[in-house]
Design a binder for this molecule. Structure first.
Ligand code: NAD
Ligand code: AHE
Ligand code: ZN
Length: 375
Protein backbone atom coordinates (compact mmCIF):
# COMPACT_ATOMS: atom_id res chain seq x y z
CA UNK A 1 0.00 0.00 0.00
CA UNK A 2 0.96 3.67 -0.07
CA UNK A 3 1.31 5.98 2.91
CA UNK A 4 2.01 9.67 3.29
CA UNK A 5 5.03 10.13 5.52
CA UNK A 6 7.60 12.71 6.61
CA UNK A 7 10.97 11.32 5.60
CA UNK A 8 14.32 12.29 7.15
CA UNK A 9 16.58 11.86 4.11
CA UNK A 10 19.72 13.35 5.66
CA UNK A 11 20.92 14.39 9.10
CA UNK A 12 20.37 18.07 9.80
CA UNK A 13 17.91 18.59 6.92
CA UNK A 14 14.18 19.36 7.26
CA UNK A 15 11.83 16.40 6.87
CA UNK A 16 10.25 15.92 3.43
CA UNK A 17 6.67 14.75 3.04
CA UNK A 18 6.40 11.97 0.44
CA UNK A 19 4.16 9.08 -0.55
CA UNK A 20 6.07 5.95 0.40
CA UNK A 21 5.41 2.23 -0.17
CA UNK A 22 4.53 0.17 2.85
CA UNK A 23 4.40 -3.63 2.86
CA UNK A 24 1.68 -5.27 4.93
CA UNK A 25 2.20 -6.95 8.30
CA UNK A 26 4.14 -10.23 8.45
CA UNK A 27 4.00 -12.94 11.13
CA UNK A 28 3.39 -11.38 14.56
CA UNK A 29 2.95 -7.85 13.15
CA UNK A 30 0.09 -5.41 12.80
CA UNK A 31 -0.67 -2.53 10.44
CA UNK A 32 -1.72 0.63 12.28
CA UNK A 33 -3.31 3.77 10.87
CA UNK A 34 -1.70 6.59 12.85
CA UNK A 35 -4.27 9.27 13.69
CA UNK A 36 -2.00 11.64 15.64
CA UNK A 37 1.64 11.86 16.67
CA UNK A 38 3.55 14.14 18.99
CA UNK A 39 6.98 15.57 18.18
CA UNK A 40 9.43 14.77 20.99
CA UNK A 41 12.89 16.30 21.42
CA UNK A 42 14.33 12.83 20.75
CA UNK A 43 12.99 13.05 17.17
CA UNK A 44 14.91 16.33 16.85
CA UNK A 45 17.99 14.72 18.46
CA UNK A 46 18.01 12.06 15.73
CA UNK A 47 17.03 14.41 12.89
CA UNK A 48 19.88 16.74 13.83
CA UNK A 49 22.52 14.01 13.50
CA UNK A 50 23.37 13.92 17.24
CA UNK A 51 22.10 10.33 17.68
CA UNK A 52 24.88 7.74 17.37
CA UNK A 53 22.18 5.26 16.31
CA UNK A 54 20.67 7.64 13.74
CA UNK A 55 20.23 6.06 10.29
CA UNK A 56 19.04 7.84 7.15
CA UNK A 57 16.80 7.85 5.23
CA UNK A 58 14.29 7.06 7.95
CA UNK A 59 10.74 7.79 9.02
CA UNK A 60 11.01 9.24 12.53
CA UNK A 61 8.27 9.61 15.17
CA UNK A 62 7.59 7.56 18.28
CA UNK A 63 4.69 9.27 20.08
CA UNK A 64 1.61 8.12 18.18
CA UNK A 65 -1.90 6.80 18.58
CA UNK A 66 -4.10 5.08 16.02
CA UNK A 67 -6.20 2.11 14.94
CA UNK A 68 -5.22 -1.42 13.92
CA UNK A 69 -6.30 -1.90 10.30
CA UNK A 70 -4.75 -5.29 9.56
CA UNK A 71 -3.08 -8.10 11.46
CA UNK A 72 -0.45 -10.58 10.27
CA UNK A 73 -0.50 -14.34 10.87
CA UNK A 74 -0.18 -15.50 14.46
CA UNK A 75 -1.31 -12.23 16.05
CA UNK A 76 -3.44 -13.09 19.08
CA UNK A 77 -3.66 -10.06 21.36
CA UNK A 78 -4.91 -7.52 18.80
CA UNK A 79 -7.59 -7.35 16.15
CA UNK A 80 -8.74 -4.95 13.42
CA UNK A 81 -10.40 -1.87 14.90
CA UNK A 82 -8.43 -1.87 18.18
CA UNK A 83 -7.31 1.58 19.33
CA UNK A 84 -3.62 1.49 20.14
CA UNK A 85 -0.47 3.35 21.13
CA UNK A 86 2.81 2.17 19.51
CA UNK A 87 5.60 1.31 21.96
CA UNK A 88 9.25 2.10 21.33
CA UNK A 89 9.92 0.03 24.44
CA UNK A 90 8.09 -3.22 23.72
CA UNK A 91 6.92 -5.70 26.34
CA UNK A 92 7.30 -9.32 25.15
CA UNK A 93 6.80 -10.78 28.66
CA UNK A 94 9.18 -13.62 27.72
CA UNK A 95 12.75 -12.26 27.48
CA UNK A 96 15.11 -12.35 30.49
CA UNK A 97 14.62 -8.61 31.03
CA UNK A 98 10.81 -8.80 31.05
CA UNK A 99 10.93 -11.89 33.27
CA UNK A 100 13.40 -10.27 35.70
CA UNK A 101 10.76 -7.75 36.84
CA UNK A 102 13.76 -5.46 37.43
CA UNK A 103 13.55 -3.42 34.22
CA UNK A 104 11.19 -2.35 31.46
CA UNK A 105 13.96 -2.65 28.85
CA UNK A 106 12.61 -5.63 26.88
CA UNK A 107 15.36 -7.10 24.70
CA UNK A 108 13.21 -9.14 22.30
CA UNK A 109 13.67 -6.87 19.26
CA UNK A 110 16.12 -4.17 20.45
CA UNK A 111 18.90 -5.15 18.00
CA UNK A 112 16.88 -4.86 14.80
CA UNK A 113 15.02 -1.83 16.19
CA UNK A 114 18.36 -0.01 16.56
CA UNK A 115 19.21 -0.95 12.97
CA UNK A 116 16.00 0.67 11.71
CA UNK A 117 14.56 -2.70 10.72
CA UNK A 118 11.63 -4.93 11.60
CA UNK A 119 12.43 -8.08 13.65
CA UNK A 120 12.97 -10.17 10.48
CA UNK A 121 15.82 -7.83 9.48
CA UNK A 122 14.00 -6.03 6.65
CA UNK A 123 12.24 -2.71 6.22
CA UNK A 124 8.57 -2.46 5.26
CA UNK A 125 9.02 1.12 3.96
CA UNK A 126 10.48 2.05 0.56
CA UNK A 127 10.54 4.90 -1.92
CA UNK A 128 11.35 4.48 -5.61
CA UNK A 129 12.38 0.89 -4.88
CA UNK A 130 14.92 1.89 -2.20
CA UNK A 131 14.37 0.95 1.44
CA UNK A 132 13.63 3.59 4.06
CA UNK A 133 14.49 2.78 7.64
CA UNK A 134 12.06 2.45 10.53
CA UNK A 135 12.81 4.49 13.68
CA UNK A 136 12.55 3.32 17.29
CA UNK A 137 10.38 0.52 15.95
CA UNK A 138 7.47 2.93 15.56
CA UNK A 139 7.86 5.46 12.67
CA UNK A 140 4.76 7.39 13.64
CA UNK A 141 5.48 10.23 11.18
CA UNK A 142 3.75 7.98 8.63
CA UNK A 143 -0.01 7.76 8.21
CA UNK A 144 0.32 3.97 8.25
CA UNK A 145 3.04 1.98 10.00
CA UNK A 146 3.79 -1.65 10.73
CA UNK A 147 4.56 -2.74 14.30
CA UNK A 148 5.40 -5.99 16.06
CA UNK A 149 2.45 -7.10 18.21
CA UNK A 150 4.66 -6.86 21.33
CA UNK A 151 5.22 -3.17 20.60
CA UNK A 152 1.56 -2.14 20.72
CA UNK A 153 -0.57 -1.15 23.73
CA UNK A 154 -4.34 -1.55 23.34
CA UNK A 155 -6.25 1.40 24.85
CA UNK A 156 -9.88 2.27 25.50
CA UNK A 157 -11.79 3.41 22.42
CA UNK A 158 -13.17 6.67 23.77
CA UNK A 159 -9.70 8.13 24.41
CA UNK A 160 -8.96 11.01 21.99
CA UNK A 161 -6.03 10.19 19.69
CA UNK A 162 -4.90 13.82 19.49
CA UNK A 163 -4.24 13.85 23.25
CA UNK A 164 -3.32 10.30 24.26
CA UNK A 165 -0.63 10.07 21.57
CA UNK A 166 1.49 12.04 24.09
CA UNK A 167 1.28 9.02 26.43
CA UNK A 168 3.36 7.20 23.79
CA UNK A 169 6.41 9.02 25.17
CA UNK A 170 6.38 12.33 27.07
CA UNK A 171 3.62 11.76 29.62
CA UNK A 172 4.68 8.23 30.49
CA UNK A 173 8.37 9.15 30.61
CA UNK A 174 7.87 12.09 32.97
CA UNK A 175 5.30 10.57 35.30
CA UNK A 176 6.98 7.15 35.18
CA UNK A 177 10.39 8.61 36.11
CA UNK A 178 8.80 9.87 39.34
CA UNK A 179 6.65 6.87 40.18
CA UNK A 180 8.56 3.86 38.77
CA UNK A 181 12.20 4.97 38.75
CA UNK A 182 12.59 7.40 41.66
CA UNK A 183 9.61 6.07 43.62
CA UNK A 184 9.08 9.52 45.13
CA UNK A 185 7.28 9.62 48.48
CA UNK A 186 4.84 12.20 49.84
CA UNK A 187 6.57 15.19 51.40
CA UNK A 188 9.72 14.92 49.26
CA UNK A 189 11.75 17.82 47.86
CA UNK A 190 12.64 17.74 44.15
CA UNK A 191 14.45 19.73 41.48
CA UNK A 192 13.48 19.39 37.81
CA UNK A 193 15.94 20.69 35.19
CA UNK A 194 14.31 21.53 31.83
CA UNK A 195 10.61 22.39 31.79
CA UNK A 196 9.69 21.13 28.33
CA UNK A 197 7.44 18.30 27.21
CA UNK A 198 9.14 15.87 29.60
CA UNK A 199 9.98 18.12 32.57
CA UNK A 200 6.39 19.34 32.95
CA UNK A 201 5.24 15.74 33.16
CA UNK A 202 7.87 15.09 35.84
CA UNK A 203 6.34 18.03 37.69
CA UNK A 204 2.81 16.67 37.38
CA UNK A 205 4.14 13.26 38.50
CA UNK A 206 5.69 14.91 41.57
CA UNK A 207 2.39 16.62 42.35
CA UNK A 208 0.64 13.25 42.03
CA UNK A 209 3.20 11.66 44.39
CA UNK A 210 2.62 14.44 46.96
CA UNK A 211 6.04 16.14 46.83
CA UNK A 212 6.21 19.25 49.06
CA UNK A 213 8.81 21.38 47.31
CA UNK A 214 9.16 21.22 43.53
CA UNK A 215 11.85 23.50 42.12
CA UNK A 216 11.89 23.97 38.34
CA UNK A 217 15.06 25.12 36.56
CA UNK A 218 15.00 26.47 33.01
CA UNK A 219 16.89 29.05 30.94
CA UNK A 220 13.58 30.26 29.51
CA UNK A 221 11.58 32.48 31.91
CA UNK A 222 8.36 31.68 30.01
CA UNK A 223 8.57 28.22 31.59
CA UNK A 224 7.90 29.63 35.09
CA UNK A 225 4.19 29.99 34.43
CA UNK A 226 4.11 26.58 32.77
CA UNK A 227 5.77 24.87 35.73
CA UNK A 228 3.44 26.56 38.23
CA UNK A 229 0.46 25.40 36.17
CA UNK A 230 1.39 21.76 36.96
CA UNK A 231 2.56 22.04 40.59
CA UNK A 232 6.02 23.66 40.62
CA UNK A 233 6.52 25.62 43.84
CA UNK A 234 9.74 27.54 42.99
CA UNK A 235 11.46 28.58 39.75
CA UNK A 236 15.16 29.22 39.08
CA UNK A 237 16.66 30.61 35.89
CA UNK A 238 20.38 29.69 35.98
CA UNK A 239 21.18 32.90 34.05
CA UNK A 240 19.75 34.94 36.90
CA UNK A 241 21.54 33.18 39.76
CA UNK A 242 24.50 35.28 40.78
CA UNK A 243 26.43 32.55 42.53
CA UNK A 244 26.84 28.97 41.32
CA UNK A 245 23.60 27.18 40.57
CA UNK A 246 24.35 24.12 42.73
CA UNK A 247 25.00 26.01 46.01
CA UNK A 248 21.93 28.12 45.24
CA UNK A 249 19.71 25.04 44.92
CA UNK A 250 21.28 23.36 47.96
CA UNK A 251 20.59 26.49 49.95
CA UNK A 252 16.96 26.58 48.80
CA UNK A 253 16.42 23.00 49.95
CA UNK A 254 17.88 23.36 53.46
CA UNK A 255 15.50 21.73 55.91
CA UNK A 256 15.69 20.23 59.40
CA UNK A 257 18.18 20.61 62.22
CA UNK A 258 21.38 19.79 60.30
CA UNK A 259 20.68 22.41 57.59
CA UNK A 260 22.73 20.40 55.07
CA UNK A 261 20.45 21.03 52.09
CA UNK A 262 20.04 19.16 48.84
CA UNK A 263 16.95 17.68 47.22
CA UNK A 264 15.60 14.19 47.85
CA UNK A 265 15.13 13.74 44.09
CA UNK A 266 16.45 15.59 41.04
CA UNK A 267 15.66 15.02 37.37
CA UNK A 268 17.55 16.02 34.23
CA UNK A 269 15.14 16.69 31.38
CA UNK A 270 17.60 18.61 29.16
CA UNK A 271 20.09 16.08 27.74
CA UNK A 272 22.91 18.48 28.68
CA UNK A 273 25.74 16.71 30.51
CA UNK A 274 26.73 19.82 32.51
CA UNK A 275 23.15 19.98 33.77
CA UNK A 276 23.25 16.26 34.61
CA UNK A 277 26.26 16.94 36.87
CA UNK A 278 24.49 19.88 38.52
CA UNK A 279 21.44 17.69 39.06
CA UNK A 280 23.49 15.02 40.81
CA UNK A 281 25.39 17.51 42.93
CA UNK A 282 22.31 19.31 44.26
CA UNK A 283 20.88 15.99 45.50
CA UNK A 284 20.96 15.47 49.26
CA UNK A 285 24.07 13.95 50.85
CA UNK A 286 23.42 10.39 52.04
CA UNK A 287 20.25 9.61 50.06
CA UNK A 288 19.50 12.05 47.23
CA UNK A 289 18.72 10.39 43.92
CA UNK A 290 19.34 12.03 40.55
CA UNK A 291 17.48 10.63 37.57
CA UNK A 292 18.86 11.16 34.04
CA UNK A 293 16.03 11.38 31.51
CA UNK A 294 17.63 13.64 28.87
CA UNK A 295 19.37 12.02 25.92
CA UNK A 296 22.88 13.37 25.26
CA UNK A 297 24.59 13.75 21.88
CA UNK A 298 27.10 11.24 20.45
CA UNK A 299 30.43 11.56 22.25
CA UNK A 300 29.07 13.37 25.32
CA UNK A 301 30.09 11.99 28.70
CA UNK A 302 29.07 12.67 32.29
CA UNK A 303 31.52 13.35 35.10
CA UNK A 304 31.54 14.20 38.77
CA UNK A 305 33.79 13.72 41.78
CA UNK A 306 33.35 10.11 42.95
CA UNK A 307 33.03 11.67 46.42
CA UNK A 308 29.51 12.68 45.37
CA UNK A 309 28.61 8.99 45.19
CA UNK A 310 30.74 7.93 48.15
CA UNK A 311 28.66 10.33 50.19
CA UNK A 312 25.46 8.59 49.24
CA UNK A 313 24.06 10.34 46.20
CA UNK A 314 22.61 7.93 43.63
CA UNK A 315 22.83 8.48 39.86
CA UNK A 316 20.15 6.63 37.88
CA UNK A 317 18.68 6.73 34.39
CA UNK A 318 15.28 5.93 33.00
CA UNK A 319 13.88 5.03 29.59
CA UNK A 320 10.15 5.46 28.94
CA UNK A 321 9.80 6.19 32.65
CA UNK A 322 10.44 2.57 33.54
CA UNK A 323 6.99 1.74 32.16
CA UNK A 324 6.06 -1.72 30.85
CA UNK A 325 4.13 -0.45 27.87
CA UNK A 326 1.43 -3.05 27.21
CA UNK A 327 0.61 -3.19 30.92
CA UNK A 328 1.12 0.42 32.04
CA UNK A 329 0.14 2.56 29.02
CA UNK A 330 -3.57 1.53 29.09
CA UNK A 331 -3.57 2.46 32.81
CA UNK A 332 -2.10 5.90 32.12
CA UNK A 333 -4.78 6.41 29.46
CA UNK A 334 -7.34 5.58 32.20
CA UNK A 335 -5.73 8.16 34.53
CA UNK A 336 -6.11 10.77 31.81
CA UNK A 337 -9.73 9.85 31.08
CA UNK A 338 -10.54 9.94 34.82
CA UNK A 339 -8.94 13.39 35.18
CA UNK A 340 -6.10 12.21 37.44
CA UNK A 341 -3.50 13.65 35.07
CA UNK A 342 -3.58 16.52 32.62
CA UNK A 343 -2.55 16.45 28.99
CA UNK A 344 -4.65 18.96 27.02
CA UNK A 345 -2.93 22.20 28.09
CA UNK A 346 0.52 20.83 27.24
CA UNK A 347 -0.48 20.26 23.63
CA UNK A 348 0.12 23.82 22.56
CA UNK A 349 0.13 23.33 18.79
CA UNK A 350 -1.43 20.97 16.23
CA UNK A 351 -0.65 20.81 12.52
CA UNK A 352 -1.15 18.68 9.42
CA UNK A 353 1.71 16.43 8.28
CA UNK A 354 2.65 18.93 5.56
CA UNK A 355 3.60 21.43 8.29
CA UNK A 356 5.59 19.03 10.48
CA UNK A 357 8.79 21.10 10.17
CA UNK A 358 6.95 24.00 11.83
CA UNK A 359 6.61 21.74 14.90
CA UNK A 360 10.39 21.37 15.01
CA UNK A 361 10.83 25.15 14.59
CA UNK A 362 8.45 25.83 17.50
CA UNK A 363 10.47 23.43 19.68
CA UNK A 364 13.73 25.17 18.72
CA UNK A 365 12.33 28.57 19.62
CA UNK A 366 10.96 27.34 22.97
CA UNK A 367 7.46 28.35 21.85
CA UNK A 368 5.73 24.99 22.19
CA UNK A 369 5.41 22.38 24.90
CA UNK A 370 4.13 19.66 22.55
CA UNK A 371 3.24 19.91 18.90
CA UNK A 372 0.96 17.18 17.60
CA UNK A 373 0.61 16.23 13.94
CA UNK A 374 -2.94 15.25 12.97
CA UNK A 375 -3.43 12.92 10.01
P1 NAD B 1 11.95 20.17 25.14
O1 NAD B 1 12.74 20.79 24.05
O2 NAD B 1 10.47 20.22 25.09
O3 NAD B 1 12.39 20.78 26.56
C1 NAD B 1 13.71 20.99 26.95
C2 NAD B 1 13.69 22.11 28.01
O4 NAD B 1 14.99 22.20 28.59
C3 NAD B 1 13.37 23.48 27.44
O5 NAD B 1 12.37 24.12 28.22
C4 NAD B 1 14.69 24.23 27.51
O6 NAD B 1 14.53 25.63 27.69
C5 NAD B 1 15.33 23.57 28.72
N1 NAD B 1 16.79 23.65 28.78
C6 NAD B 1 17.67 23.45 27.77
N2 NAD B 1 18.95 23.61 28.21
C7 NAD B 1 18.85 23.90 29.54
C8 NAD B 1 19.82 24.18 30.55
N3 NAD B 1 21.13 24.18 30.29
N4 NAD B 1 19.37 24.43 31.80
C9 NAD B 1 18.03 24.44 32.08
N5 NAD B 1 17.07 24.20 31.14
C10 NAD B 1 17.49 23.94 29.89
O7 NAD B 1 12.43 18.63 25.19
P2 NAD B 1 11.62 17.38 25.77
O8 NAD B 1 10.77 16.79 24.70
O9 NAD B 1 11.04 17.77 27.06
O10 NAD B 1 12.84 16.36 26.01
C11 NAD B 1 13.78 16.61 27.02
C12 NAD B 1 14.90 15.59 26.97
O11 NAD B 1 14.40 14.30 27.34
C13 NAD B 1 15.52 15.41 25.60
O12 NAD B 1 16.91 15.19 25.76
C14 NAD B 1 14.84 14.14 25.08
O13 NAD B 1 15.60 13.52 24.09
C15 NAD B 1 14.79 13.35 26.36
N6 NAD B 1 13.81 12.25 26.43
C16 NAD B 1 14.20 11.11 27.07
C17 NAD B 1 13.30 10.08 27.25
C18 NAD B 1 13.71 8.83 27.97
O14 NAD B 1 12.99 7.83 27.88
N7 NAD B 1 14.80 8.83 28.71
C19 NAD B 1 12.00 10.19 26.73
C20 NAD B 1 11.64 11.38 26.10
C21 NAD B 1 12.55 12.41 25.95
N1 AHE C 1 19.94 6.21 20.33
C1 AHE C 1 20.46 7.00 21.43
C2 AHE C 1 19.72 6.75 22.71
C3 AHE C 1 18.33 7.27 22.68
C4 AHE C 1 17.60 6.89 23.95
O1 AHE C 1 18.20 6.80 25.03
N2 AHE C 1 16.33 6.68 23.82
C5 AHE C 1 15.49 6.40 24.97
C6 AHE C 1 14.12 6.85 24.63
S1 AHE C 1 14.02 8.58 24.28
C7 AHE C 1 12.40 8.78 23.85
O2 AHE C 1 12.16 10.06 23.57
C8 AHE C 1 15.42 4.90 25.21
O3 AHE C 1 14.37 4.28 25.22
N3 AHE C 1 16.54 4.32 25.49
C9 AHE C 1 16.66 2.90 25.73
C10 AHE C 1 17.02 2.17 24.45
O4 AHE C 1 17.08 0.96 24.45
O5 AHE C 1 17.22 2.86 23.42
C11 AHE C 1 21.93 6.73 21.64
O6 AHE C 1 22.55 7.52 22.37
O7 AHE C 1 22.44 5.76 21.05
ZN1 ZN D 1 10.27 10.79 23.13
Amino acid sequence: MESRAAVAFEAGKPLEVATVRLEGPKEGEVLVEIKATGICHTDEFTRSGADPEGIFPAILGHEGAGVVVDVGPGVRSLRKGDHVIPLYTPECRECPSCLSRKTNLCTAIRTTQGQGLMPDGTSRFSLDGKPIHHYMGTSTFSNFTVLPEIAVAKIREDAPFDKVCYIGCGVTTGIGAVINTAKVEAGATAVVFGLGGIGLNVIQGLRLAGADMIIGVDLNNDKKEWGERFGMTHFVNPKEVGSDLVPHLVNMTKRGADQIGGADYTFDCTGNVTVMRQALECAHRGWGQSIVIGVAPAGAEISTRPFQLVTGRVWKGTAFGGARGRTDVPKIVEWYMEGKIEIDPMITHTMPLDDINKGFDLMHHGESIRSVVLF
